[in-house]
Design a protein around this ligand. Structure first.
Ligand code: XMP
Length: 321
């Protein structure tokens, strides 16, 4: 890989921000750029940096792909509005679910999300807007994992030899590509984003689809979304690196109201990690686990079993897909 990492200790914030803003401005010239905000720390930092560098030459979209967490699209759009950044919410739920229909293989699901995002939805937005540049928050770890063939991160294109200009009709600008997550958090803070963003736990690009084993349907996403809300509410103050709920494909026999109920299974994961490259399960108190199990079977329709994952990464990965 020819790309050189900028380590946290070598990051000189003022000059980094000045340099990147200058590069963006020069690349876009008197044209304009678009970007997609997901509310994660990477895309949020890029959105702020882009607006600082380009002002009205940047248009930001939030694409509702139907696989985000509860209320996430509206919350992120209002947060940025309060920071003076206008974000247009695009409803693309149908397109994503159509693309995911019938797919069960993890990499095929990731590929379907990538194609729907870049080619169909975003490609259309870029074409309609006439922008020549796509600003995006890819970071060093995304490139590493993709190039190593571990998981295809949905935002990595050029590093896989994909000529975005040729394939999608736009040029990709990636000002954070030399940074790892801790450095990106510092950049986000320096750009004036609130702690709810700069210290946000990671969330994958393929969103809740990375946590649905088997087919990703609106109903199955709704199940994992409800469980995610319960897990996040319970573990927000745990100090863990990342915590999540996964919906399994296999059903198990349970019982409800004295009758057999062949139901769904939710797996909880709660990770200790510093950079997501390795991880270990946190030793959550049993009371918290029991409480989580009770809430999930009580509040998420169809779920009869809740498990806690006690495997390290590697060989596990943080997400299920
Ligand atoms: P894994 O599951 O590979 O995840 O151990 C490592 C970290 O990356 C996040 N993740 C992603 N982030 N696009 C992203 O931006 C993706 O496609 C993606 N897949 C996983 C995951 O949540 C964890 O923090």
């Amino acid at each position: 890989m020819s790309l050189e990492e900028i380590k946290l200790e070598d990051l000189h914030m003022d000059s980094f921000l000045r340099e990147k803003a200058g590069e963006l401005s020069a690349a876009v010239g008197d044209g304009f750029a678009v970007n997609a905000l997901s509310g994660g720390v990477d895309s949020s930092a890029v959105t702020m940096l882009g607006h600082r560098a380009l002002g009205k030459r940047l248009k930001t979209y939030f694409i509702d792909n139907g696989i985000m967490r509860q209320d996430e699209p509206q919350q992120i759009v209002s947060l940025f509005a309060s920071l003076g950044v206008t974000v247009e919410l695009v409803d693309a739920r149908k397109e994503f679910f159509t693309a995911l229909k019938g797919l069960t293989d993890p990499e095929e699901k990731r590929e379907a999300i990538t194609q729907t995002f870049y080619k169909d939805v975003f490609g259309r937005l870029v074409r309609e807007s006439g922008a020549r540049h796509l600003l995006q928050g890819s970071i060093f770890t995304d490139v590493e994992e993709t190039v190593a063939g571990i998981k295809r991160q949905h935002n990595i294109l050029a590093q896989l030899g994909i000529d975005t200009q040729k394939v999608y009709g736009y040029n990709v600008l990636e000002p954070l590509i030399q940074l790892r997550k801790p450095a990106v958090r510092k950049v986000a803070e320096a750009l004036g984003l609130p702690a709810s963003i700069f210290s946000r736990p990671p969330f994958p690009g393929p969103a809740l689809a990375a946590r649905v084993i088997g087919e990703v349907t609106p109903e199955r996403v709704e199940t994992v979304r409800k469980a995610t809300r319960i897990v996040e509410d319970a573990l927000r103050d745990s100090g863990a690196f990342q915590y999540l709920a996964i919906l399994h494909n296999d059903r198990v026999t349970g019982m409800r109201n004295g009758r057999r109920d062949y139901g769904q299974q939710i797996e909880i994961r709660c990770w200790n990690s510093t950079d997501a490259r390795t991880g270990s399960p946190t030793r959550l108190p049993f009371e918290i686990l029991e409480d989580l199990a009770g809430k999930i079977v009580g509040e998420v329709p169809g779920v009869v079993s809740v498990t806690y994952n006690i495997t390290r990464k590697p060989p596990s990965t943080i997400e299920a897909i």
